[in-house]
Design a protein around this ligand. Structure first.
Ligand SMILES: Cc1cc2nc3c(=O)[nH]c(=O)nc-3n(C[C@H](O)[C@H](O)[C@H](O)COP(=O)(O)OP(=O)(O)OC[C@H]3O[C@@H](n4cnc5c(N)ncnc54)[C@H](O)[C@@H]3O)c2cc1C
Length: 404
């Protein structure tokens, strides 16, 4: 049986960060990363639309599920430390107006190449094409796949979102083999599906909308871009509702809806005034143009249709005061009934995971099994879009690496 000081199971964001940090802290350590795919870091290449939004300078523990736990990790590894980690390897970054950090090259491949060359340079062994299926506690260490023995073991296998990028949920089985509890899992950051017919709006984007997810009461609100798909709602504002929408559909007996405020920056009164003015100056135009100054034209048409106030060749001047009130109200609250989400196959993140009460947030070591570390998305921590999830993956990986 081959012996190592540390085996890292899973070679993507959190596992690589753990391996590099451990080796830098103690160059004598004999470390191997075992990855099931043919190459390391496949998911990193897909992040940030190929640009890799690797952290967010504004990320705070309160942005995440289980904030008290995340706070312990971020006290040691805040976003600036993740930027420094990459800077120390020669990767320069920049941040956009929303504090999202990207590589200077704007290419996710630069992030992965930087990590891969660092792994080579430090002499960390990598075994690819090898899924880990069994881990057994053996004396004061672990036996991995019946082939490897190590004193320290890191499970960095991700969740079960985007299985085509390797994270197929097998890590939960490994964590359970070692006595850990896994909470209920939901796909997160994934498009919603709706019961309503949204085909006429397919491909249309509305910027800066406000969404309210509601069942018996409002459950969560988001702001941002909304993108209509063939059968649902995508874009950051919709995707950030996904895990709670799934949870609601499963647990609440009544139906789940999302109300869209297409113009959250305007009060209802301001919108009515705006539309009355459009009627005054543009009364001769077709009603397609009623909202065209503030929203994509097709959305305006659907708002009028929803109030049964749309017909071809109808002029804006034909809208009565009461019609204007109705369409203004609709634009402020356009309701869709949620039927589900596009599932784990399309999700960017898994919500749920190894319960945080079983992990020491100061080290990422298991409280149940000494020498075992759990990092990244496998842990019950997740957040919205904008670099937050990679921040968690890198920070928790680095903390574990330091404590190996
Ligand atoms: C399309 C997409 C875009 C995203 N964009 C962003 C973004 O821009 N910013 C951001 O912050 N977050 C983004 N995310 C989320 C982010 O990528 C993840 O949260 C992060 O990669 C999690 O890191 P991880 O190391 O914990 O797990 P993963 O990155 O999922 O890595 C787990 C690794 O373990 C391997 N593995 C799994 N099981 C086994 C096993 N049994 N044996 C051996 N190896 C195994 C997998 O093959 C994989 O390489 C995005 C996700 C997706 C899918």
């Amino acid at each position: 049986m081959k012996k190592y000081d540390a085996v890292i199971v899973g070679g993507c964001a959190s596992g690589i960060a753990a391996a590099i940090t451990a080796k830098k802290c103690n160059p004598k350590l004999n470390i191997v990363i075992i990855e099931k795919l043919p190459r390391l870091g496949k998911k990193i290449l897909a992040t940030g639309n190929g640009r890799c939004n690797l952290t967010n300078l504004g990320a705070e523990a309160s942005d995440y599920k289980n904030p008290a736990f995340v706070r312990m990790v971020f006290e040691k590894y805040p976003p600036e430390k993740v930027v420094d980690f990459f800077g120390s390897m020669g990767l320069l970054t920049y941040e956009d107006s929303e504090d999202r950090v990207y590589p200077r090259s704007n290419m996710a491949s630069s992030v992965l190449d930087t990590l891969r060359y660092e792994i080579d340079g430090l002499g960390i062994e990598v075994i690819c094409d090898m899924p880990v299926t069994q881990i057994k506690k053996q004396g004061d260490g672990f036996c991995v796949n019946g082939e490897f023995f190590c004193k320290k073991l890191v499970i960095a296998t991700g969740g079960k979102s985007s299985p085509s990028q390797g994270s197929d949920g097998s890590g939960y089985v490994l964590a359970k083999q070692l006595g850990h509890t896994v909470t209920r899992l939901y796909p997160a950051l994934v498009p919603l599906t709706v019961r309503d017919n949204v085909k006429p709006l397919k491909g249309i984007r509305a910027r800066n909308v406000e969404l309210s997810l509601r069942a018996e009461q409002i459950i969560k609100k988001t702001k941002g871009e909304l993108l209509f798909t063939e059968n649902g709602l995508s874009g950051i504002a919709a995707m950030e509702l996904a895990s709670v929408a799934e949870e609601s559909l499963e647990s609440v007996k009544c139906k789940t809806f999302t109300d869209v405020d297409f113009l959250p920056e305007m009060s209802s009164e301001e919108l009515v005034q705006y539309l009355l003015n459009v009627k005054k100056v543009k009364g001769y135009c077709d009603c397609d143009m009623l909202f065209a100054g503030v929203l994509p034209k097709q959305i305006g048409i659907e708002i009028c249709k929803a109030e049964k106030l749309y017909s071809q060749n109808k002029k804006i001047s034909q809208f009565t005061h009461s019609d204007i009130l109705k369409v203004a109200e609709k634009a402020k609250k356009f309701t869709f009934e949620i039927s589900g989400t596009k599932g784990f196959a399309n999700a960017q993140v898994t919500s749920g995971g190894v319960t945080v009460s079983e992990i020491n947030g100061l080290t990422m070591e298991s409280k149940l099994c000494s020498g075992l570390f759990l990092v990244g998305e496998i842990v019950d921590v997740d957040a919205g879009c904008g670099g937050y999830n990679l921040q968690w993956a890198f920070a928790s990986g680095m903390l574990a690496g330091e404590n190996i």
